[in-house]
Design a binder for this molecule. Structure first.
Ligand code: ADE
Length: 249
């Protein structure tokens, strides 16, 4: 999989790619991430990328030409499945969309900045606008990092234990159950006995029940979706899926 990221502050993306799963996935060649500095495609001696908004108002708007120059080049080299603009006006990012994107071959992520990006960039090039939440960031770079992280960890080969990503929270509309490690007792709090029992069937059952109880208490919206899905597919099937797992996040 190849992901091109177009940024006003490329250092944020480079920094993020130096750690953990994204770093290892790149080293292994499972995913290729190419970061582009929008300013390299800016106008004139000062490589201008933004300008005042028509109609007035505060803040600067990113001009269309730098994006167009770069995107024309990239699109001449390969076909992209999606050109995504990170924007608070986009569809909200959730696991099903992450799953879908992890199956693509070539993606472009565009990070906006300042007051926004000239609408014609979106009209001409963008196939999808994605928001990471109902709040406004000062730029799209951090949002792009979040999308990159969520997508890259799903690409086959990125994570060692293939099964573990399938048992993440949200993959089955359930929050993950609590996890514990050593010591067995800490400041008067003991690890639930069942986890020390060595009985894998019982452990899986406990995790399943905890996941359901947590979801019901904390995320009634997810719990309703879960219930609807359970009506459509047999309980047994769901339980088996969880039993197979040893890791939960
Ligand atoms: N850029 C600024 N805010 C954003 C958000 N919430 N999601 C995606 N991109 C953004």
């Amino acid at each position: 999989m190849r992901i091109d990221v177009v940024a006003v502050i490329p250092e944020i993306i480079h920094c993020f790619l130096q750690y953990s799963i994204p770093k290892r996935a790149i080293q292994k060649g499972v995913v290729q991430v190419v970061v582009h500095d929008l300013r390299n495609y800016g106008l004139g001696k000062y490589r201008q990328i933004d300008d005042y908004p028509y109609g007035g108002g505060g803040g600067m708007v990113l001009r269309p030409e730098p994006y167009a120059r770069l995107l024309d080049q990239l699109r001449a080299q390969r076909t992209y499945d999606e050109i995504i603009m990170l924007s608070p006006a986009g569809e909200l990012l959730a696991q099903p969309l992450v799953n879908e994107l992890s199956l693509k071959r070539n993606l472009i992520l565009l990070c906006g900045h300042y007051k926004g990006v000239d609408q014609r960039v979106i009209d001409l090039f963008v196939s999808r606008e994605i928001s990471i939440g109902d709040y406004v960031l000062s730029g799209g770079e951090l949002a792009a990092c979040i999308l990159l992280d969520a997508v890259i960890r799903l690409v086959p080969g990125a994570v060692g234990n293939e099964e573990s990503v399938l048992t993440d929270s949200f993959q089955d509309d359930l929050l993950a159950p609590p996890v514990y490690t050593r010591p067995a007792e800490f400041r008067g709090l003991r690890v639930p006995d069942v986890l020390l029992s060595g009985d894998h069937k019982k452990i899986a059952q406990w995790r399943w029940e905890q996941a359901i109880a947590r979801t019901k208490a904390r995320r009634p919206d997810l719990y309703q979706r879960f219930l609807q899905r359970m009506e459509a597919s047999p309980l047994q099937q769901q339980q088996q899926q969880r039993r197979k797992s040893s890791s939960n996040h």
